[in-house]
Write a protein that binds this ligand. Structure first.
Ligand code: BG6
Length: 485
C-alpha cells in the first residue's frame, strides 16, 4: 500500500528570495490546479518576526508579483488558509523548541521539512529536529543546493543531516531535474528504439552541453562571488545533464535504478588535474558589453570590487567507459552570454564515404535537444537541394524539428518546483540527488579547481553578450570541433 503524502510542509527560509520567487508561487500553482494534498498544512519559518496573518500578506504579495496580480482570489485564499508562520532563529534552542511544538500541533501524518536556508545551517537544524523527536520515519527533509563548497564541506553537511535522517528520507534538490525538458531527454532516450543503437562512441563524435544565461549575478553577488560558475552551475546542473545523457538505461524509472546509473557516469569521469587543466578547461569573467542592444556593466562593476571569480566555465570532459570511450563531452555555462540557451547537442560521425563527390560534402547528422527557453528536438539531416544538378547533386542540411510547445499546446508547462514538491510530498526520490552523486561531483570539480589554483589559472575576460573568452573556442577547435552557437 502506498503511503499518503506528507500532511505538513515546514518551509525554513520562507521569507528568503527563493521562497518568494519560486517556492510560494509554485505552491500557488499546485493549489490552483487542485494538486496539493487535501489535508496539507504549510508551516513557514524564518528569523523574521511575523504572525500568521503578516506572513500570509507577504506570501500573497510574492505570489501576485510572480503572476502579474492575476492570482485567482478564491484559490489564493485557500492556499493562504493552509499557511501558518512561526519565527525561529535556528541557533536558539528556545525558538527551535517552540517551532517543534508548533510542528507537533499541526502534523496529522508525515512531515516534509524543506530547508531553504544557508547550507551551513542544515546540520544544526536537523540536529534540533532530531532532539525534539522530529527525525523519525514519518519525516523527510528537502535540501536546496549548494550542498557545500567542496567535497569536505559537502561531506560535513551530509554527515550532519545523516545523523538524523536516513538517506532514503533526504531529498536534495537540483531544480534542473524538475524541468519538463530534462525529463523529456529521458523520454527521448528510453521511450524510442531509434536512438539507443546509435547512442555510443561508435556513432557519436562529440557531445556539447550548454547552459548559457543572459542574466548577471542579480543582486546575489556575495553568494556568487564565493561560488563562481563551476560551483554554482557546473557541479550540479551540468553534471546532472551529463549523467542523464551518458548513463546506461536504468531498468525502471525509480529512485535506485536511475541514481545507480547516474553515479556510474560520475565515477567514470576522467579527472582533469595538474597540467591537463590548461588544455581541458577555460574560466572566464565578463567585462562590460551589451545584451539585446542594452549596455550592461562588467562583473567587477556589478560586484563593486575586484574579483577573480569565474562567471563562465568550459570543459572538455571524458566519460571513460565502454560506451563513451574517446568521445569528448564539451560542457559550458556562463552568465551574461549572447543568448539564453540550454541545450544538449550530439553530433554523429560523418558518413564513411561521399558518393556525391568533393563538391557536395555531407555534414554529420546531429541531434539537438533544446531545453530552454523553448523545448524543441531537432534532428539535423542531409537532403538534396532542389535543382537539376547539371554539375552534380548538391546536399543541404535541414532539420526535422519538433516544437514541444506546439505539439502539446493545450498542456500547461509546469515549473520545476511544482513537480519536485509533489514528488517530495509523496516521498519519490527519483528526481533528487543522492549523497554519493553530490560527493562524486564535488570530487571531480575539486580536482579542476585545485589544478586552477596550482597552475595560477585565473578567468579570462569576455565581453558581456558574447559566447565567452576566445580560449573557449580553441578548446573545441583544437580537436576539429566547434561550439554550436
Ligand atoms: C541556479 C543558480 O541554481 O540556477 C543561478 O544558482 C542560475 O545562478 C539558475 O541563474 C539558473 O536556473 P534556470 O532555471 O533559470 O535555468
Amino acid at each position: 500500500m502506498t503511503k499518503p503524502p506528507a500532511s505538513l510542509l515546514v518551509l525554513f527560509g520562507a521569507t528568503g528570495d527563493l521562497a518568494q520567487r519560486m517556492l510560494l508561487p509554485s505552491l500557488y500553482d499546485l493549489q490552483r490546479d487542485g494538486l496539493l494534498p487535501a489535508e496539507l498544512r504549510i508551516l513557514a519559518t524564518s528569523r523574521a518576526e511575523h504572525d500568521d496573518d503578516g506572513f500570509r500578506d507577504l506570501a500573497a504579495r510574492a505570489i501576485q508579483s510572480q503572476c502579474d496580480g492575476k492570482a485567482e482570489p478564491g484559490q489564493l485564499r485557500a492556499l493562504l488558509e493552509r499557511m501558518h508562520y512561526q519565527s525561529a532563529d535556528s541557533g536558539s534552542p528556545e525558538a527551535m523548541a517552540a517551532l517543534a511544538a508548533r510542528v507537533k500541533q499541526l502534523k496529522r501524518g508525515d512531515v516534509l521539512f524543506h530547508l531553504s536556508t544557508a547550507p551551513k545551517l542544515y546540520g544544526p537544524i536537523c540536529e534540533a529536529l532530531g532532539q525534539h523527536g522530529l527525525g523519525g520515519s514519518d519525516s523527510r527533509v528537502l535540501l536546496e543546493k549548494p550542498i557545500g563548497h567542496d567535497l569536505a564541506s559537502a561531506c560535513a553537511i551530509n554527515d550532519g543531516v545523516a545523523r538524523v535522517f536516513d538517506e532514503d528520507r533526504v531529498f536534495r534538490v537540483d531544480h534542473y531535474l524538475g524541468k519538463e525538458g530534462v525529463q523529456n531527454l529521458l523520454a527521448l532516450r528510453f521511450g524510442n528504439a531509434l536512438f539507443e543503437p546509435l547512442w555510443n562512441a561508435r556513432h557519436i563524435a562529440q557531445v556539447q552541453i550548454t547552459v548559457a544565461e543572459t542574466v548577471g549575478v542579480e543582486g546575489r553577488g556575495d553568494y556568487y562571488d564565493h561560488s563562481g560558475a563551476m560551483r554554482d552551475m557546473l557541479q550540479n546542473h551540468l553534471l546532472q545533464l551529463l549523467c542523464l545523457t551518458a548513463m546506461e538505461p536504468p531498468s525502471q524509472f525509480d529512485p535506485s535504478a536511475v541514481r545507480n546509473e547516474k553515479i556510474k557516469v560520475l565515477r567514470s569521469l576522467r579527472p582533469i588535474t595538474g597540467a591537463d587543466a590548461a588544455s581541458h578547461s577555460v574560466a572566464g569573467q565578463y567585462t562590460a558589453g551589451a545584451i539585446g542592444g542594452q549596455a550592461v556593466p562588467g562583473y567587477r562593476d556589478e560586484l563593486g570590487r575586484a574579483s577573480n571569480t569565474e562567471t563562465f566555465v568550459a570543459l572538455r570532459a571524458h566519460v571513460d567507459n565502454w560506451r563513451w570511450s574517446g568521445v569528448p563531452f564539451y560542457l559550458r555555462t556562463g552568465k551574461r552570454m549572447a543568448a539564453r540557451s540550454t541545450e544538449i547537442y550530439l553530433q554523429f560521425r560523418a558518413v564513411p564515404h561521399s558518393i556525391f563527390g568533393a563538391h557536395s560534402r555531407a555534414e554529420p547528422n546531429a541531434l539537438v535537444i533544446r531545453l530552454q527557453p523553448e523545448e524543441r528536438i531537432s534532428l539535423e539531416l542531409m537532403t538534396k537541394k532542389p535543382g537539376l544538378d547539371r554539375d552534380g547533386l548538391k546536399l543541404a542540411q535541414v532539420a526535422l524539428d519538433l516544437d514541444l510547445h506546439d505539439a502539446f499546446g493545450a498542456e500547461r508547462r509546469r515549473t520545476a518546483y511544482e513537480r519536485l514538491y509533489l514528488d517530495a510530498l509523496e516521498g519519490n526520490g527519483t528526481l533528487f540527488v543522492r549523497r554519493d552523486e553530490t560527493e562524486a561531483a564535488w570530487q571531480w570539480v575539486d580536482g579542476i579547481l585545485g589544478a586552477w589554483r596550482e597552475q595560477g589559472q585565473g578567468p579570462r575576460p569576455y565581453p558581456a553578450g558574447t559566447w565567452g573568452p576566445s580560449s573557449a573556442v580553441s578548446l573545441t577547435e583544437r580537436h576539429g570541433h566547434s561550439w554550436r552557437d
